[in-house]
Design a protein around this ligand. Sequence first.
Ligand code: SF4
Length: 280
Amino acid sequence: MKVTLADYSGFCFGVEKAITTTFEELDHKDKSQKIFSLGPLIHNVQVVKELEERGVMVTEDIGSIQEGSVIIRSHGVPKSVYETADKMTLTLIDATCPFVKRIQTIVEEYYKKGYAIAIIGNPQHPEVIGINGWCDNKALIIQEEKEVENVPDVDKLCIVVQTTMSIAQFEKISAVLEKKARLVTKFNTICSATKQRQKAAKDLAEKVDAMIVIGGYHSSNTQKLVSICNDIRPEATFHVETSKDLPVEALKQYDLVGVTAGASTPKWVINEIIQKLRNI
Ligand code: SF4
């Protein structure tokens, strides 16, 4: 079996930065200092476990923290979290990805200018929940084209998109959404890491017999990669989290196998899977 890794895969710049910041903080903290992460730092079970072993406690609610430092992960958080941390004199370690920070800034600015805000993305995703928190949670959140029917007409509309959405989905939804307002300002805020990974996965899927997509089952950017590969190789796209999940028997029939990985996948997980594939 010949195994090829996509040109862009695995840890993106934002995740890399969040992990480095956290490990640096852990190296320098004194033993009594408590460190919390608001939600799991990344969508990777192994990394979260290692952080727990080093004393990082995961909580979803900043209100439950009495003292210590709080890590804001790359997805970012609503503005209210900064205000709460300030009131409670908690130290913030802000690892919000700059691509996400940019969306929060746009949304805050246009909301203040009187624009209605539309976020194209998954309403349950922490990044989208965080962005919505920069416009008093008043954003219209649209995940699918058919939902646009229920959007009321507005005078001025500012459209942004979750960093990990697929470009095709963004273009399709925003084209319909634009008809709902007299004045529209649209920002394609899909991050460059996502664009590169999606394009590289598509290019590779076209050249191989089967695709392995590595990444957390709950990771949004990994699910997008799965869907892109599925469109090209509907019978031969396999989503796995670790090498244990590889469907070894099913893979024996393929000569050329491509591998891609979501933005939260550490290099060692990718290497382990490639090694196992080469041994099939
Ligand atoms: S996927 Fe993009 S926006 Fe999200 S953390 Fe990575 S670089 Fe930042």
